[in-house]
Design a protein around this ligand. Structure first.
Ligand code: ATP
Length: 280
């Protein structure tokens, strides 16, 4: 679990078009990452344009930070290494230096590469005072040192992309190394509609499915919450069919699933609510 360079199969090759909303974020990442990775020669002269080596994505959970990181790698034609802060610090006490060195040497062989550090606050959060485990402190120092080594090599196309729901837990040394910070907000109604259109693209929906109505009814839902709501809704026709079969209807032979309507989603809201406390 230390490094998962392998992306889950349903998300291999995920592209920006597979992500609903976040248009401004995609545009910023295009300038900051995609162009410099694809056309490094345009960024190698003078002092003004320098490829960015560290970006922080921050904002509420489930808003698509991980998905965005994977899609960014696809769009930039870069390899993708993903590590999770809490896994690193909990499982690898003792081997911090060795593992960090291995990670960075692996990364430089894979360049152009994006190193995605999810829960970057767990790995590189504010110094934990006397309660902090010695191994965590060593891991952080080693990581910072390797990172600085990498920043000094101008031509290496390696980007550290950190993500966190708790930006205030990051210490100044980390913030400085992540000079570009991008806020990923909860989607508004229009953006929820865009996300729903993507999540439901392959589903069997009634004709004239009212996306706008559903978008309005899901205030406070993150992209991840919307996906979970859609899964719950999609289950309803399946459950009905099973119940029908159990009652002996259809002569026990399964028939075709009915199309989903907005009520399926409204009924499922009781099971899948917004996961972030939200004041409208
Ligand atoms: P966390 O902070 O909890 O790690 P996150 O911000 O990294 O969350 P993701 O893990 O990327 O969020 O999102 C979870 C899932 O929700 C994604 O795999 C995707 O299926 C869905 N999702 C989230 N946002 C979007 C979006 N804008 N468009 C399409 N799907 C989305």
């Amino acid at each position: 679990n230390f490094i998962s360079a392998v992306v889950p199969s349903d998300e291999i090759g995920v592209k920006f078009d597979d992500i609903g909303a976040l248009e401004d974020v995609k545009k910023a990442l295009n300038e900051l990452v995609i162009l410099p990775m694809r056309r490094p020669e345009l960024f190698s002269r003078g002092n003004l344009l320098r490829p960015c080596k560290g970006i922080l994505l921050f904002g509420p959970p489930g808003t698509g930070k991980t998905l965005l990181a994977k899609a960014l790698a696809t769009e930039a034609g870069a390899n993708f290494i993903s590590i999770t802060g809490s896994t690193l610090t909990s499982k690898w006490f003792g081997d911090a230096e060795k593992l960090t060195k291995a990670l960075f040497s692996f990364a430089s062989k894979l360049a152009p590469v994006i190193i995605f550090v999810d829960e970057v606050d767990s790995l590189l959060g504010a110094r934990g005072g006397s309660f902090e485990h010695e191994a965590t402190r060593r891991m952080r120092n080693e990581f910072m040192a390797a990172w600085d080594g990498l920043r000094s090599k101008e031509n290496q196309r390696i980007l550290i992309l950190g993500a966190t729901n708790r930006p205030f837990d990051l210490d100044d040394a980390v913030i400085r190394r992540l000079p570009r910070r991008i806020y990923i907000d909860l989607p508004d109604a229009e953006n929820r509609m865009k996300i729903l259109r993507i999540v439901l693209a392959q589903e069997n929906l009634v004709p004239d499915f009212e996306y706008d109505k559903l978008a309005k009814l899901t205030e406070g839902y993150s992209g991840s919450d919307l996906k979970n709501l859609c899964i719950a809704a999609a289950y309803r026709p399946v459950q009905e069919l099973i119940e029908e079969e159990e009652k002996g209807g259809n002569n026990g032979i399964s028939s075709v699933l009915r199309a989903l309507n907005v009520d399926d989603f409204v009924e499922s809201k009781a099971k899948v609510g917004p996961s972030v406390a939200y004041d409208a």
